[in-house]
Design a protein around this ligand. Sequence first.
Ligand code: TNX
Length: 525
Amino acid sequence: MHKYIKRVLFSIIGACLLMTCNFKNVRKLHFPKTNLAESPLIPMPLKIDAAFGGFPLDEFTGIQTSGNDGFERLGTFLMEKIKLKTRLVLKVNQQKNDQIKSFIGINLVDELFSENLEAYELVIGKDSIIINANTADGAFRAIQTLRQLVPEMSNDTLAVNRIWVIPTGTIFDAPQYEYRATMLDVARHFFNVEELKKYIDVLSYYKINFLHLHLSDDQGWRIEIKSWPKLTTIGGSTEVGGEAGGFYTQEDYAEIVAFAAQHYMTIIPEIDMPGHTNAASVAYPFLNGNGKTPKLYTGMRVGFSTFDTRKDSVYTFLDDVIREISMLTPGPYFHIGGDESHVTKKKDYLYFVDRVEKIVQQYGKQMTGWDEVANADIDSTSIVQYWSSRANANRAIKKGMKIIISPAHRTYLDMKYDSLSSYGLDWAGHIRTDSAYMWSPEEYGLKESILGIEAPLWSETISELAELHYLAFPRVIGYAELGWSIQENRVWENYKLRLAQQVSFLKRMKVNYYPSPLITWKTAM
Ligand code: TNX
């Protein structure tokens, strides 16, 4: 600990020297009492030591970064986000500036209280805020915490200029799970690049770090494959309800991946197979294995389609698809779906999953699949997403695989909140804002078998961003906390007060959240 305190002091002094911080300028301001531990942070950090003073964020605050280019970009990111909230335009990495009276330092350090790659310390003093992290990921997570600490309202009585008072103290933080995800079904209804970017921006504020895109299903194929163009020109032409569908060109997809990466979020592409493949088979009928002439489908049934698992040409096709998508995907995972293949014979299904796993691995990716894939003879490096069958999840755990926790009755964002919900389905029950939050991933396995948690949003009943928002928010905010915060830091009575204070952010981001009557929503922080 001694070594640790020394290092914090060192980084404070270091950052000051770096920016020729002029301490003569530090003002004596008398702040009203603030308590860092009572700030409406979501997800709740690991540990908060409050110091009950205030840091004056104002036009005299500068941002200073040390480390690599990634850190410099983070400085600009923070500046832009503070501007959006307060209209302050802070200077980033300005070497000499007598106007600067307080500063925010974003430091790359090689030693931290935790070795977790997303860990960070946020040390808030009376004239400096220091972020220490040993990766840019950690610093990015810290920046989200800091954004949440900037009050909505400035204090206009402390000085002639407007000051946003940030409570002092130290936060030590690290996630309990490395994987905190949501899934969006862009196959049943298509959502365009701009809509996805808006969603990513808001999700990253709550430290969600993976976005799983369900890119194909019976009703639509949504990603351009250069070697098989009809997948999108024909297979992407419609959606549930019969409206024009849509698809991402490879350039669009790369843009989504890059935007996500700027938000320290990884995209996981899913091509669902061997079932859920009607749209692909309409485009290329040789793929079809259900013996019927495929036609475009705009209904909501599942489980009627399958690839022909015994044709080599099907695997040649899949090799192209998996290769093209993998090349555009820097993340480690490729999701092969594998759910509800009700018209594929069991032995064919098992053969198929084994063979596709090899293709995924050949292109340098780890395979993930819905829990049914646990029945095949797959590698312990592949990952099983538990959504329905506990037996399948346990099978995966026995094989030494990691599982993703997505039980439908707990995490499905497309389930209605209650019988009055405007959108959503109810086959797995109603999921209220409190029941979405009041459970623990460890109910489904030991912590070491769990990669993390994911909340899927299937889009049969939603076609507009506002409808997507309605089902996702506020529940997805609770899932973000379930993935990040340890169980003893998750208390509904406390969480609901913090959630109530998210309104200003959600309004600013134009998020159409469901105003759950369980929450006493607050209009200003
Ligand atoms: C089940 S969850 C499905 C999807 C549907 C969803 C609707 C899973 C792996 N398959 O095909 O869209 O239910 O809630």
